[in-house]
Write a protein that binds this ligand. Structure first.
Ligand SMILES: O=C(O)c1cccc(C(=O)CC[C@H]2O[C@@H](n3cnc4c(=O)[nH]cnc43)[C@H](O)[C@@H]2O)c1
Length: 222
């Protein structure tokens, strides 16, 4: 019996060109991967990912949301990597006197948690660890507004106790992939800590270096 093994096709979705370039450097020209910069925020990410998936003349096997992100203090250090264990739309819901209520809790039936491909998330985390890159697997929050106060950081940590990182695109990318039944992963290279706004403390260069290294490992795993 002939078993034809077709090669795995992966769409990597970043927000901006510097992230895209870092991923492309790490992938070293692999033709199995397409990398796009879809814009900042969950809406741009969802629209662009949906458009690219619909226009492709083949089925992608994986969609990966990749870029820099904020690390929750005590969880993810600047320059480290976070692989999402789940992708959570952390501000999709209602504020109540008792705290945040998600769309699910409000009874709108739309999930604010999207499951990643757990098998490959674990394999990627292990491979990054083996490559001696500092890495943690944990929930990654998607927010439309970058957290800028200790109070909001504390509120989010209470809302999602194991929250490892926050960024602005993962849920949008994941929702587009989920709609087409394509497994999704999210990887964030930590440029700053989630908390009081101090843009001068963002280490974007270090994070992009980590993102490039992580992309080499991603190529080996998928
Ligand atoms: O400086 C600002 O006020 C500002 C407002 C909106 C966006 C930005 C970005 O630079 C975002 C770029 C990109 O980075 C991701 N990112 C990085 N750190 C965080 C974070 O702590 N919280 C949320 N997102 C973060 C995000 O995914 C954006 O695509 C700056």
């Amino acid at each position: 019996m002939n078993i034809l093994k077709t090669s795995t096709r992966v769409l990597v979705v970043t927000a901006v060109d510097v992230e895209k370039d870092a991923v492309l450097r790490g992938l070293r020209g692999s033709s199995r991967f397409d990398v796009i910069a879809a814009g900042v925020g969950p809406v741009a990410a969802a629209i662009t990912t949906t458009t690219v998936l619909a226009a492709a003349h083949f089925d992608y096997d994986f969609v990966v949301s990749a870029g820099i992100g904020g690390g929750f203090p005590g969880q993810a250090e600047i320059g480290s990597l976070v692989v999402a264990s789940e992708i959570i739309a952390a501000d999709l819901g209602a504020e109540t006197p008792e705290g945040f209520s998600s769309l699910d809790e409000l009874g709108f039936g739309s999930s604010t948690h999207i499951q990643v491909d757990e098998h490959y998330a674990v394999r990627l985390t292990e491979a990054l660890h083996t490559a001696k890159l500092p890495v943690l697997m944990g929930p990654v929050l998607t927010l439309s507004t970058v957290t800028g106060t200790a109070a909001t950081a504390a509120k989010l940590a209470l809302q999602v106790p194991q929250a490892a990182a926050e960024a602005m695109e993962g849920y949008g990318v994941a929702a587009a992939a989920y709609q087409r039944g394509i497994p999704v992963l999210e990887i964030r290279a930590i440029s700053n800590l989630v908390g009081p706004r101090d843009r001068s403390a963002w280490r974007i260069g270090d994070a992009l270096t980590a993102l490039e290294a992580a992309s080499s490992v991603l190529m080996e795993v998928l």
